[in-house]
Design a protein around this ligand. Sequence first.
Ligand SMILES: Nc1ncnc2c1ncn2[C@@H]1O[C@H](COP(=O)(O)OP(=O)(O)O)[C@@H](O)[C@H]1O
Ligand SMILES: [Mg+2]
Length: 232
Amino acid sequence: MSAVIKLKNINKHYQMGSQVFKALDDVNIEIEENEYVAIIGPSGSGKSTLMNLLGCLDSPTSGEYYLKNSLVKDMTETELAQQRNKSVGFIFQSFNLLPRVTAHENVMQPLVYRFITASKRKAMALESLKRVGLEDKVNHLSSQLSGGQRQRVAIARALVTKPHILLGDEPTGNLDSKTTKDIMALFDQLHDEGHTIILVTHEQEIADHCQRVIRLVDGKVVNDSRKEVLHV
Ligand SMILES: Nc1ncnc2c1ncn2[C@@H]1O[C@H](COP(=O)(O)OP(=O)(O)O)[C@@H](O)[C@H]1O
Ligand SMILES: [Mg+2]
């Protein structure tokens, strides 16, 4: 098996006056195709910083990040945009939906820069919204949806490009337990379909659900354990 994600000696440092703050401190992680990973750790331990790097939304101060065997820092802007758009789907903690457009339009948004006809884009977005059980809310504006529904729109938007790797930064952060269960069932299904899933969470229940748990403290990986998976 080859790693879809490989981080080698990754540092993310911030200069704070005369001091250097190490948000990520010599992080080494390899993630194989179709792994189901939880990233845990106290607030401020570097989880979001790590996810932003994985999603190519930010770059490290030093170290190497290989995404599907390509060194990210060597990619051109175009290659980077392509990887960002095709390989990784990102579900943000704060949803990041456009407020004054419909669920349908929000989900179509990642397809805008592709050479796809408008009718195909609409069909793909609709399929993605069906997946998260929101087919009856297609024409609702974000402001007309509940927190759980907005989060599902954000997931539909991340899924619409059919990315291999799904990154979720506390994707069930502010949701009730029923919606959390539904969303976890959806992640399970996507995992069964072959996606690689990486979730930041502070909920033990979700971490228990994953097959591998990576724990960060002060920007360092202090624990990385895979569970035995029973093949029956
Ligand atoms: N732009 C920045 N400048 C300085 N410090 C930052 C910046 N971004 C994040 N940090 C610091 O890095 C640490 C890790 O942040 P973050 O990755 O958001 O933590 P987590 O998601 O685990 O709560 C925090 O202490 C935060 O204050
Ligand atoms: Mg965070």
